[in-house]
Write a protein that binds this ligand. Structure first.
Ligand SMILES: Cc1ncc(COP(=O)(O)O)c(C=O)c1O
Length: 435
């Protein structure tokens, strides 16, 4: 009996020591914080911290990302829920609950500039670009950033008897006019095309002008330089190696950029400026502080995560991916247009790219299409009749003989655009009346 008791005490002591060792390892490896789980990876034992509050959110995010929508749509965490199921948001021309139904008569929409062509890159980099944000992440006020109109405000002359004149060169991005006019300021006003302005004001001295120089340009992709050589805002939204060879570092007094055409995240609404002059910088900062109340910290966190992926390997990964995609689209597009005498697209000239260290052709975000037939002076309407939605030249204050086609949308959108263009061009040589 005594002997059995002794064994029992001995066994209890041994078990207690083993359990304590296990707890100590657990605490030590877990840094005194969360509990640990044991896992097997091939033949080695690995420890991974078990998740607590983020586990459900991560599982939800992965579950929704795993919904395939037949490859012709996406499901998002904030998509509609129907009968307990997340509803797929189908790309244009696709429908059905899983986006598998293609509408054969659907028009190709090459109007908008949604940069979805980079979506596959971010899927390939899902692990590196995902963020988990706690409900209490940075709740205090922060003041940060906004760009285009802040730059105009900063360069305009306050307290002058007449407002600064804001100009841009045709064809130009329409938002310069929309924003400048909308703010209806006493300090600046939009005056339209740079060249017309130069002609009309050739004899007047000391005119206060702010010139937007869009380089590369939207809609035609040209690397523009200043016409007037005075105060300039260089808009470098498209100055990325996937759209243009980079001839060298850009070194202007005020340059503005946007995340949307760099990483494809248009909805994040993030832009920045590089400014040489301290007073101009302070005016831009003041504008952002007062008018915009800053960019949300949530946005800044997302951008930080994305830019960390971009700068990895000196930016080679993203730019190689994006350039390969744009180049392939341009190769296919030029091959289609080469068979047409009715339509033409902008000429592209090779340049040395200091980023890739190669001489190559630009691959702009948009094709600037010209309808060559005398009588076809509304190119948007001609394309529309061929089931292609574009943006007409007058949107950019150019002639409507021109139209802009977006090449940066999803692969489905681009494939359908090429199909519709091919159909349209096969109707040339006398069969024009049938469309
Ligand atoms: C020339 C140019 N600048 C600036 C922007 C602004 O870009 P976002 O509104 O995506 O920041 C665009 C967008 O299309 C653009 O084409």
């Amino acid at each position: 009996m005594e002997k059995t008791k002794k064994y029992c005490y001995g066994f209890c002591l041994l078990s207690s020591i083993v359990i304590n060792i296990l707890f100590s390892i657990n605490l030590y490896v877990g840094g005194g914080g969360g509990a640990l789980q044991w896992g097997e990876k091939k033949h080695e034992t690995v420890y991974r911290p078990s998740l607590t509050w983020s586990e459900k959110a991560a599982a939800e995010a992965e579950a929704v990302a795993a919904i395939s929508c037949s490859g012709h749509g996406r499901a998002y965490l904030d998509s509609l829920i129907s009968y307990g199921q997340t509803v797929c948001e189908c790309y244009d021309c696709y429908g059905g609950t899983d986006c598998s139904e293609f509408s054969p008569d659907c028009s190709a929409d090459a109007g908008g500039g949604d940069p979805i062509f980079l979506e596959p890159f971010w899927m390939q980099n899902a692990e590196k670009s995902a963020i988990v944000v706690s409900g209490w992440h940075r709740m205090s006020y922060r003041y940060a950033d906004y760009t285009m109109i802040a730059a105009v405000y900063a360069l305009s002359s306050e307290n002058s008897s007449s407002p600064s004149n804001v100009v841009a060169t045709i064809p130009y991005y329409p938002m310069y006019e929309t924003q400048t006019s909308f703010f209806n300021s006493e300090d600046f006003q939009f005056e339209g095309d740079t060249n017309s302005w130069k002609l009309n004001n050739a004899t007047k001295n000391n005119m206060d002008v702010i010139e937007f120089v869009t380089s590369p340009n939207n809609p035609d992709g040209e690397l523009k330089t200043s016409v007037l050589g005075g105060k300039t805002i260089y808009d470098h939204a498209y100055l990325w190696p996937h759209f243009t060879p980079i001839p060298g570092p850009s070194d202007h007094d005020l340059m503005i950029f946007t995340l949307s055409k760099l990483t494809g995240h248009a909805a994040v609404r993030f832009g920045w400026a590089v400014i040489k002059d301290k007073d101009v910088y302070e005016k831009v900062s003041k504008y952002m502080e007062v008018a915009d109340l800053g960019i949300s910290k949530d946005t800044q966190l997302r951008v930080l995560k994305l830019l960390k992926v971009v700068v990895e390997d000196d930016g080679k990964q993203l730019f190689k991916f994006a350039y390969a995609k744009m180049r392939e689209r341009w190769d296919r597009l030029t091959s289609v247009f080469s068979k047409s005498t009715r339509f033409s697209i902008q000429e592209r000239h090779p340049l040395h790219c200091n980023f890739f260290n190669k001489t190559r052709l630009p691959s702009p975000a948009y094709a600037w299409v010209k309808c060559e037939r005398e009588e076809e002076d509304d190119c948007g309407a001609v394309l529309e009749a061929g089931k292609i939605a574009s943006r007409g030249g007058s949107t950019y204050k150019a002639k409507d003989r021109y139209a802009r086609l977006s090449l940066i949308k999803s692969q489905d959108d681009f494939d359908l655009l090429l199909l519709r263009l091919t159909e349209l061009m096969s109707l040339e040589n006398g069969k024009i009346e049938s469309i």
